[in-house]
Design a protein around this ligand. Structure first.
Ligand code: ADP
Length: 167
C-alpha cells in the first residue's frame, strides 16, 4: 500500500529516494525549486544534466542526487500556464505519470514532488493540485512505491494539497 501525503518544507532537505525537480527544458538550472536543487546538489548535477540533451515539456529524465540527501533527482518540465486551453492539464499529468514511472523503473520507493508549474510557470495551484492528486492516485492503483510526498513551500500550497487529498 502506497502512502500519499502532503508536507510543508524544503524539498532539498528530504531524505527520500528521489526528489522531482520542476526543471527548465535545457535542464541547466534556473530559479525557484530548480535553483535550490542545483545549489544543494552541487556542480556534479549540472554536469550530468548537460549530457542529457534537454527535456520536452511533459517528459522526465533521471540523474544522481550528488550532495542531496536524496539518491536521485527526476527532472520534469511542466507546462507554462496559458489560460488552460493549451493542453496544460494533459502536459502536467504527463509530468507526474512519467516521473512515477521512472521512479518505479529505477526501483526507487519514496518520491517527493514540488508543485510543478505553480511558480514562475503560473499554473493555478488549485487546478494543479487536482491534476497531481488524480494522476498520482491513478498510478498508485498499480504501484510498487512505498510513499509519495507532495511538498508545499508555503501555507497556501499546503492548504491546497490538504483540500485535494481530502476530496
Ligand atoms: P515552475 O517553473 O515549474 O513554475 P518554480 O520553481 O517556479 O517552478 O515553482 C514550482 C513550485 O516550487 C512553487 O510552488 C514554489 O513555491 C516551489 N518551491 C520553490 N522552492 C522550493 C523548495 N526548495 N522546496 C519545495 N518547493 C519549492
Amino acid at each position: 500500500m502506497t502512502r500519499l501525503s502532503a508536507v510543508k518544507g524544503d524539498i532539498t532537505k528530504l531524505e527520500v529516494d528521489v526528489i522531482v525537480n520542476a526543471a527548465a527544458p535545457d535542464l541547466l538550472g534556473g530559479g525557484g525549486v530548480d535553483g535550490a536543487i542545483h545549489r544543494a546538489a552541487g556542480p556534479g548535477l549540472v554536469a550530468q544534466c548537460r549530457t542529457l540533451g534537454g527535456c520536452d515539456t511533459g517528459d522526465a529524465k533521471i540523474t544522481g542526487g550528488y550532495r542531496l540527501p536524496a539518491k536521485a533527482v527526476i527532472h520534469t518540465v511542466g507546462p507554462i500556464w496559458h489560460g488552460g486551453d493549451h493542453g496544460e492539464a494533459d502536459l502536467l499529468a504527463s509530468c507526474y505519470r512519467k516521473s512515477l514511472a521512472l521512479a518505479q523503473q529505477y526501483d526507487l520507493k519514496t518520491i517527493a514532488f514540488p508543485a510543478i508549474s505553480c511558480g514562475v510557470y503560473g499554473y493555478p495551484i488549485g487546478e494543479a493540485v487536482d491534476v497531481a492528486v488524480t494522476t498520482i492516485r491513478e498510478h498508485l492503483e498499480d504501484s510498487t512505491l512505498d510513499e509519495v510526498i507532495l511538498v508545499a513551500f508555503n501555507d497556501e500550497i499546503l492548504s491546497a494539497y490538504e483540500r485535494g487529498l481530502a476530496g
